[in-house]
Design a protein around this ligand. Structure first.
Ligand code: PMP
Length: 367
């Protein structure tokens, strides 16, 4: 078939918005020090690994998985101390849950709203589904003017508001009081995305009982299980039942269900790793702040945003310079706006952090 004919068929059949989308790009990272994706740098210790392998050895894959992930469901419900009025839903990563949530409210003209910058998948998935997306910008210190946000909400009437708490890519969190103001003024559903909960001090899980319009989303990805692809949604049973109708059958595979159960049975090990990462975050922030021309932003997550001053190399130069010595971080400066000349660094192991600091020091002129 002629190439042109294929192009013509695509042009006439694929939605214009889909043709306009750039596919989500994941940079190659083989053999690099990987500090770009908020993963936990620590593998599982040997005893946990052995328990996991023993559990996997009991599984068989000729049957479909438990469609409701019953055992995982019950175990996590207990683990989170939820009441019987609160339900849970699992997704193939929280990305899938974002998709289910938008699908559920996506009437013609329905809007999805958040702050900017924030997690890109809210905007991308809204576009995949043909929903309108709007946002209110943060200022240069990554703070939100909550009054403006509420005014915009009243004007736009979004069916769904996402609040990443803490926020990615900025690392900070709104104050609890500000989130509550948004919840109370919202005309629709508010989803508090607690992907970075393990590194933060506060949570809205218990608040889902207190409001008719609040759900909380979390993920196993940042606490050492990014390879599993498991996220969950917490909220009033009636809400969860509606969203659950849109979940594809068997979205959580047999190995993920079993592996997550092993992780929950050994949770203190993962909690200890998260604590270690928080300590290392403080140390890394201190050392970054000592580098010439580097401003460090406060973080309640497992990553730190820095901004380079205009007198030295650009963020892109530094990003490329680190890549050339085998260190991968995230260059945020391409996103422009309040992220101009910003880089995002995931907190790694102690040795990875010190190699990063060495690499940065070599690229920044001493003053
Ligand atoms: N929410 C936020 C705020 C994130 O930063 C991420 C991942 N970067 C996710 C959700 C998605 O996590 P996952 O799909 O791995 O559960």
């Amino acid at each position: 078939v002629a190439f042109n004919a294929v192009e013509q068929a695509i042009d006439s059949l694929v939605r214009t918005e889909v043709r306009a989308i750039n596919a989500y790009h994941v940079p190659p990272s083989t053999n690099m020090i990987k500090l770009d994706a908020m993963e936990n740098p620590y593998g599982w210790p040997d005893d946990l690994r052995q328990a996991w392998l023993a559990k996997l050895a009991e599984l068989s894959l000729n049957r479909y998985p438990d469609p409701s992930a019953t055992e995982l469901h019950q175990t996590l419900h207990r683990h989170l101390n939820l009441t019987s009025a609160t339900g849970l839903l699992f997704g193939n990563g929280s990305d899938e849950i974002i998709q289910l949530l938008i699908m559920a409210v996506n009437k013609p003209d329905a809007k999805v709203m958040s702050i900017a910058p924030t997690f890109v998948m809210y905007d991308m998935i809204a576009r995949f589904l043909g929903a309108d997306y709007c946002s209110v910008p943060l200022d240069e210190s990554f703070q939100l003017d909550v009054d403006s946000f509420i005014t915009a909400m009243i004007e736009q009437q979004p069916a769904l508001v996402f609040i990443a708490y803490p926020n990615n890519p900025t690392g900070n969190a709104l104050s609890r009081q500000d989130v509550i103001r948004i919840i109370e003024a919202a005309p629709g559903l508010v989803v508090v995305d607690e992907a970075y909960h393990a590194f933060a001090e506060d949570s809205f899980v218990q608040d889902t009982c207190a409001y008719p319009n609040v759900l909380v989303m979390r993920t196993f990805s940042k606490v050492g299980l990014a390879g599993l692809r498991l996220g969950y949604l917490v909220g009033p049973v009636a809400w969860i039942e509606q969203i659950d109708k849109l979940r594809l059958p068997y979205n959580i595979n047999t190995m993920t269900q079993a592996s997550a159960l092993v992780a929950l049975a050994h949770w203190p090990i993962l909690a200890e790793q998260a604590l270690q990462i928080c300590q290392d975050r403080a140390e890394l922030a201190k050392q970054l702040a000592e580098l010439p021309g580097v401003a460090v932003y406060p973080s309640a997550a497992n990553f730190i945003v820095i901004r380079l001053d205009l007198a030295g190399p650009t963020a892109t130069d530094v990003f490329e310079g680190l890549k050339a010595v085998g260190i991968l971080i995230k260059n945020l400066s391409g996103q422009g706006g309040v992220l101009a000349n910003c880089l995002r660094i995931t907190v790694g192991s102690i040795s990875e952090n010190s190699q990063l600091l060495k690499g940065l020091a070599a690229l920044l002129p001493s003053r």
